[in-house]
Ligand binder design. Structure first.
Ligand code: SDX
Length: 375
């Protein structure tokens, strides 16, 4: 047996997939043959949902049909609302989301049906309910009333509306929709890998997503976007940011929002797109200093660590200016990624091989227990 051990599975090919691929050399995020960044500027998130789940971009009528199926799936069972409301006030919204998805599994009549059709139907139901669980968990924590979806709004506008209670402007809806697209799918990050590992035992989509929520919460992964905003607010201003970052680096702390296992010393194409969105939003919201602060932070990390920003670095201030509470930054990331992870779970169920790696054993050998009188 080869003793090829790669810590953290760095650069190990874990699966074959027709869903996505990070072509670092070409600086292209390939999604079912398309460039994600081009898609994010030309289509809507629901088009991406169709592309990821069905393998082809939907026609306008197919997209409208999908939107109707999602709208029909809005609504949480009373007991799920009660479970979320029973969680303590200090509960992290990602933990509430994980609990809500896990509890929702027991209401899924097709839970253990792993056919493509059943999994597709479950994915559509989850696309409706995951944003609701996230928004509800936050509003319950803040003792605010739950906002029911407005069927006259698009999927993205509704998601923002259920969080903020405000109907977004067209620009806010477009920027938020673009952020959901760039968050939707990214090859084999830790959370998608966790979901495929769980699905490979023939466990169900809800269980795979539950594991993925737990993974994505971590600050080395999806939790980074919340940490980015906390750092920017802690620093307080452009003038204080550099010193704030340097003091963290001198303490050998990580600056969240920078670096990436795959992009290494290259820019994350998604970050560049969100940087443009932030520039536009900062002007509209009369917060140019926030944009300038982020650009300065990028310069500091490039100079000090030769590290580029990842998507989370620029998505965070975009979400902040859209009025999304920081506690919901990572849940929004997860909600957008629900479709990508579902596509991977469906692919795993369709062409399955159980994940069961080996180990490089470094412990002792040939020990024997002393025979004691007690036996
Ligand atoms: C996401 O996989 C995906 O595709 C994920 C994602 C997706 O769409 O699903 O893109 C979303 O998770 C983006 C990443 C969000 N995480 C962060 O922003 C957290 C901060 N970044 C890092 O912790 C780090 O860059 C990782 C975890 C993202 C990647 O880490 P690696 O590949 O394991 O690299 P490493 O930890 O071995 O670091 C290499 C060196 C180290 O220096 P030395 O200790 O060798 O001197 O770079 C340093 C690290 O200390 N380093 C950083 C740093 N990131 C790496 N130093 C300071 N700040 C950082 N952010």
């Amino acid at each position: 047996m080869s003793d090829l051990h790669r810590p953290g599975l760095e650069n190990v090919i874990a699966s074959e997939t027709a869903i996505s691929y990070l072509d670092v050399e070409q600086e292209e995020i390939v999604i079912r043959g398309y460039d994600l960044i081009e898609l994010a500027q030309k289509v809507t998130y629901l088009d991406i949902v169709g592309l990821l789940l069905e393998g082809v971009l939907p026609t306008l009528s197919e997209r409208r049909d999908m939107e109707m199926r999602i709208q029909e799936a809005y609504g949480l069972p009373e007991n799920i609302r009660s479970i979320i409301e029973l969680l303590p006030e200090q509960a992290n919204v990602m933990d509430s989301l994980r609990t809500g998805i896990s509890a929702l599994a027991s209401y899924e009549l097709e839970l253990d049906d792993r056919s493509q059709e059943a999994n597709d139907r479950k994915a559509i139901r989850l696309l409706a309910k995951v944003p609701q669980i996230a928004a509800y968990a936050y509003r319950s924590k803040m003792k605010q009333p739950f906002i029911e979806p407005d069927m006259d709004l698009s999927y993205s506008a509704n998601f923002l509306y259920m969080i903020t209670g405000q109907i977004p402007t067209q620009l806010e809806e477009d920027i938020f929709d673009q952020s959901l697209i760039v968050y939707s799918e990214h090859e084999m990050p830790n959370s998608t890998f966790a979901a495929r590992v769980i699905a490979s035992t023939q466990s169900d989509l809800y269980g795979a997503l539950t594991g993925a929520v737990a993974s994505l919460k971590g600050t080395l992964h999806g939790g980074a976007n919340e940490a980015v905003m906390m750092m920017l607010l802690e620093a307080g201003s452009e003038e204080k940011l550099e010193a704030h970052m340097l003091s963290k680096l001198h303490k050998r702390e990580r600056i969240m929002g920078f670096g990436h296992r795959v992009y290494m010393n290259k820019a994350d194409p998604r970050a560049l797109l969100m940087k443009k969105a932030l520039a536009e939003l900062a002007i509209i919201k009369k917060r140019p200093e926030l944009y300038n602060m982020c650009v300065l932070g990028e310069e500091v990390m490039l100079r000090e660590k030769n590290l580029h920003p990842n998507l989370d670095y620029y998505a965070a201030p975009v979400y902040y200016l859209l009025g999304i509470p920081i506690d919901l930054f990572t849940p929004v990331f997860f909600a957008a990624r629900t479709v990508g992870i579902s596509a991977h779970v469906i692919e795993q169920h369709n062409h399955n091989r159980l994940f069961r790696p080996r180990v490089h054993y470094t412990g002792p050998r040939d020990l024997h227990p002393a025979v004691s009188e007690s036996h």
